[in-house]
Design a protein around this ligand. Structure first.
Ligand SMILES: O=c1ccn([C@@H]2O[C@H](COP(=O)(O)OP(=O)(O)O[C@H]3O[C@H](CO)[C@@H](O)[C@H](O)[C@H]3O)[C@@H](O)[C@H]2O)c(=O)[nH]1
Ligand SMILES: [Mn+2]
Length: 737
């Protein structure tokens, strides 16, 4: 087959702004070097006030500067990918590989079964030969309600899948699709008739599932389907046999066809065995069980990972992504294709910066350009071989032939297949094997995805990021501050675990990753460390205001220039970049606030916990993010009012810092106005500016402490505690330091 660019199945283009970005990066780096030089040349002599504070600031600026270099590396060589699915169809339509789709759920309360089956249905309706498509639902809660929902979904799919294909609908998650109807009208009579029927079917199914969620599975359904008998062994979520049910299988004649007589994708429910004495390894454990189960049932060569909170919005994306794997020239080296996530529940100004647009729309492209995007756990297509630990070898040829036989399965055989598969999901299966180490998802890390991506890359593979104009996946993001902090804490603690593990990017085994790629990965794994300079910067300079001790160059000095350049340059750059990826100005300001809040609270706790864990003093656990929101909190979210409402150590830290800066500012302003003491405004201008910005950005927190009366305000006890802490710190500093 021809291998010229014009024949390729995909095309790569470079970031058009890269030259401007590079000029900016280099000149800003020069300014940063001047800042460092200033610090070194002006260390206060021993005995002079502020010597330690000065050295601390130097350390903070050194760290931040180096981290800034990592950050810029991600912008050095961004690339974008385009695919040609028509060429793929022409060449390979009859030889397309099997694709297995893994959907994960872990808790029917925080992940409502209706949401889960919408994800499943969107996956079943992909425009792809259905006999080559299999969907697995891993349920770590082993909930009979989720199973019931899936059973309902398998029946509904018989109408839904042909309906989507006939009318070429997008998106193919029923709930999302019906939501789009509010804004569109069709006059196609045939379509309108079908639509009414199918919408009614959906609403009825949804009601049944929601009733079951509240009242339990109806006994009628239990007696009708013998799958429920598997719950006989169930004692608790953490103690039960493997529950596995093949709901649809292409080779089983009775139940495998839709209303138009076409085969449906295979559909399997799996709740792996759980026993209290065995660690579950959270999602990584679920991934590995599904890998084995699916290798028995369908053996798809490509696997799509999908969290239950993400549904497909582009029915062509499987074909598009195959363009990467099946490209004759460059495809064989690609282990995974990561698509960015988008979210449908984010307000206009993204109050909690939960779109994580920077990570998804910039960093993934940057990593791709340097050698490989991170694997972020969901919305990612992987090559089974690479995921299962196979090393890349240039001699090794892409082979897409399906060894899956076509013979009919009798009822008995299907039952046998289920029993054999169950054994693969048992607790003891992995004992004395390389599962969780060299095979499958890596254990012991809170970001099992990122570390597994590194493991795969260290075995010689590369990866790409695919972000087409028609988005591939949309889902839900956290909708309150605490959830956001907890989620980020988990991620960042996991990143720190990687830094402390054998898969840290500095020792990538036999694969020589290039220097820039290394720096780019260090950006991710060093996240938590950056909390220290951030905390320092948001406390010390403000406290020194109280004493009138200057820690920055005065305005008339030429050393002021590099500081001004860094401040103005970085602010402008981040604003322009934010706007360019779709943020509003307010959204950018909100992102700045979250940037501060995350670094001073969640990242700091993550750092501490990761260190304790490393020295055997603590255990980490995976807290599943809630995907639902209560009514009055939802209203506040809509109005973009920050949600506090409960007591949490995170809030104590944030409130104390905010109040400390407020007190420092007020005391300084008092001195300025009254002309007290030796306060030299010209010398203190940068320090004052820093404090003013910190106070401005904390405005929502002051509101939550002093003004608001709603349930989402900061609890009074916490407000009192933080005020006392901040006030005492200021007084002590002023009097005794
Ligand atoms: O014991 C567990 C815990 C979680 N999950 C599933 O894992 C997914 C992710 O959990 P969620 O609470 O939504 O966490 P997020 O922080 O949103 O997840 C991001 O971060 C995780 C850890 O890095 C990745 O695994 C995810 O793919 C990525 O979307 C969900 O489908 C869960 O059902 C399990 O299957 N078993
Ligand atoms: Mn999630």
């Amino acid at each position: 087959m021809g291998s010229g660019e014009e024949n390729s199945l995909f095309e790569t283009s470079k970031d058009r702004a890269r030259h401007i970005r590079r000029v900016y990066a280099v000149s800003m780096f020069v300014a940063i070097c001047f800042v460092w030089t200033f610090r070194l040349k002006h260390v206060p002599a021993k005995g002079e006030p502020g010597q330690w504070a000065w050295l601390g600031l130097f350390a903070a600026e050194l760290c931040s500067g180096i981290y800034w270099v990592f950050y810029q590396t991600l912008r050095w060589n961004m690339v974008y990918r385009k695919t040609f699915p028509d060429r793929l169809s022409q060449r390979y339509e009859s030889k397309l590989p099997g694709v297995d789709i893994f959907v994960f759920t872990a808790d029917p309360v925080v992940e409502p079964p209706v949401m889960v089956i919408n994800t499943v249905l969107s996956a079943m309706a992909y425009d792809y030969p259905t006999e080559k498509l299999s969907v697995y639902l891993s349920d770590d809660a082993a909930s009979d309600v989720t199973f019931y929902a899936l059973l309902e979904a398998s029946n509904f799919a018989k109408h839904w899948v042909p309906f989507c294909k006939r009318f070429k609908l997008e998106p193919r998650s029923p709930s999302a699709f019906f939501n789009t109807l509010l804004s569109t009208k069709s006059h196609d009579h045939d379509y309108v008739k079908h639509l009414a029927t199918i919408q009614k079917l959906y609403e009825e199914m949804k009601r049944r599932i929601e009733d079951a969620t509240k009242l339990g599975v109806p006994s009628e359904a239990r007696s009708k389907h013998n799958g429920f008998s598997q719950w006989d062994s169930y004692s608790s979520r953490r103690d039960h046999d493997t529950i596995l049910q093949i709901l649809v299988h292409k080779n089983e004649s009775q139940n495998s066809k839709d209303v138009e007589g076409c085969i449906l994708p295979t559909l399997v429910y799996v709740a792996r065995e759980k026993r209290p004495q065995y660690h579950t390894h959270y999602k990584a454990g679920a991934v590995n069980s599904l890998l084995r189960v699916s290798s028995k049932i369908s053996k798809g060569k490509i696997i799509l990972f999908l969290d239950c909170d993400m549904y497909s919005t582009n029915s062509q994306s499987v074909r598009e992504v195959l363009c990467f794997f099946m490209d004759e020239d460059k495809g064989q080296k690609i282990a995974y294709v990561q698509c960015p996530q988008y979210f449908h529940n984010i307000g206009k100004n993204d109050l909690y910066a939960n779109a994580v647009s920077e990570t998804l729309q910039i960093h993934l492209h940057g990593e791709d350009g340097l050698g490989g995007s991170l694997f972020i756990g969901t919305c990612c297509f992987l090559r089974r071989d690479a995921f299962c630990g196979k090393k890349f070898s240039p001699e090794w040829e892409n082979d897409w032939n399906d060894e899956n036989e076509k013979h009919q399965l009798s009822e008995v055989k299907l039952h046998e297949l289920e029993e054999e598969s169950k054994a693969l999901a048992s607790c003891t299966y992995e004992k004395n094997t390389l599962w969780g180490k060299k095979i499958g998802s890596v254990y012991g890390c809170l970001v099992e995805d990122v570390i597994t991506g590194f493991r795969i890359q260290s075995q010689g593979w590369r990866s790409v990021c695919y972000n087409p104009p028609r988005k591939c996946f949309i889902g839900v993001a956290p909708t309150n501050l605490l959830q956001t902090l907890v989620q980020h804490k988990r991620w960042v603690q996991g990143d720190m675990q990687i830094l402390l593990s054998e898969y840290r990017p500095t020792c990538f085994g036999d694969r020589k990753i290039n220097f820039l790629q290394l720096l780019a990965y260090l950006y991710t794994v060093c996240f938590s460390i950056i909390s220290l300079p951030m905390l320092y910067y948001s406390i010390i300079p403000s406290l020194y205001l109280l004493k009138g001790i200057s820690l920055f160059p005065e305005m008339s000095s030429s050393w002021f220039i590099p500081f001004a350049c860094v401040i103005v340059g970085n602010t402008t750059y981040s604003l322009i970049e934010g706007l360019s990826i779709g943020a509003s100005i307010r959204g950018w300001w909100n992102a700045m606030r979250m940037w501060l809040y995350l670094r001073t609270s969640a990242f700091f706790f993550a750092f501490i916990d990761a260190i304790f864990e490393h020295f055997g003093r603590a255990n980490s656990s995976f807290v599943v993010t809630a995907k639902t929101i209560e009514d009055d909190a939802a209203q506040r979210y809509e109005k973009e009012i920050m949600e506090f409402g409960t007591s949490s150590p995170y809030f104590t830290v944030l409130a104390t810092l905010a109040l400390l800066n407020l007190f420092c500012l007020l005391a300084t302003l008092k001195d300025l106005v009254l002309g007290n003491g030796a306060f030299d405004a010209e010398k203190m201008v940068l320090q004052l500016l820093l404090c003013v910005v910190l106070v401005l950005i904390n405005f929502p927190l002051y509101e939550a402490i002093f003004i608001r009366k709603d349930k989402g305000r900061l609890p009074t006890s916490l407000s009192i505690k933080s005020t006392t802490l901040a006030f005492t710190a200021c007084v002590f500093f002023k009097l005794f330091n």
